[in-house]
Design a binder for this molecule. Sequence first.
Ligand SMILES: [Zn+2]
Length: 363
Amino acid sequence: MAKDTLKKMVSMKSVTPDSGGIFQYIESLLPEFEAEYFNRDGVENLFLKKRFGDGVHLCLAGHIDVVPSGENWKYPPFEATEVGEYIYGRGTQDMKSGVASMVEALKEVKDFSGTLSLLLTSDEEGDAKYGTVLVLEELKKRDELPDFSIITEPTSEEKMGDVIKVGRRGSINGTLTIIGKQGHAAYPKKTVNPVHLFASKLPKLAGHKFDLGDKFFEPSKLIITDIRGGLEVTNVTPETLKIMFNVRNSTKTNLEDIESFVKGVCGDLKYDLKLSQSSKPFRTDAESRVVKILSEVVEEISGVVPKLTTGGGTSDARFMGEYGIPVAEFGVRNDRIHAVNERVEIVEVEILHKVISEVLKRF
Ligand SMILES: [Zn+2]
């Protein structure tokens, strides 16, 4: 049962990038799959693969690492305590339920149209430098990239089954420094005050929408995260004013759009602008086979019509997106991820297991 596999994995402590022996455990559960390890800098990744026929390559993917537990838990975070309808423990929602469901579904599969694989990393919650992306790089070199991918991250919100993620917004960070000339507050003519120069321009930046979004994406909006200038005294005017901001961007807005907008706002002020993209936006077509089959099955099994969204924080799906692999994410509710007393409702694990098994049959 997926529940037992989940409990076993929760009891194997795997705080990033430590895999806690989980990979060897999973490998032993799927002896018919060819196993390959990709390790670098303390990060372990396991890639399991089995070829059934000539058809498509579907890759189930996820992470076995968890964030640290923190204190004041009702039950020990690395023991998987079953209480009524729930299992408590770090990783029960994010995302050992997902991994257990995929493993159980793969254990049962008798037949498939092409190749099935399972890509697991121990570095999703960390900086993700040598995790999923490293395995995809290797697969690309061998011309073995999957045709489709499903990741069982916890996507459900209010009810099990209500959300499938079909992409993600990107994230662009900016630092704008307005340059002035420091001086005595009593002699303003001898100073160039960057706060005064920029004051009338600030409302143009704050909350600016670069696009209106669409059915899948929220508008790309400029969010100011920090403003500072001066020496925290009342008799010196500042030399510079530094404004930091972030834009979670849809596929309609890119770094160049943001750059030209901010430059336009600054006009002929003296300034320095630095922008960097920490992740790129992507979206899988709602008509893609992976999205259609997954939506259909989720609705049938959970009884809830899933919404297709792109909200929330990043996940390894972005790497699939970057390699052009159509990817969809679906999993249990996420109300306690990374929190104290993380727990999962057992029925949700059972539903997820059934969903993955059924998707494999229809793919
Ligand atoms: Zn996760």
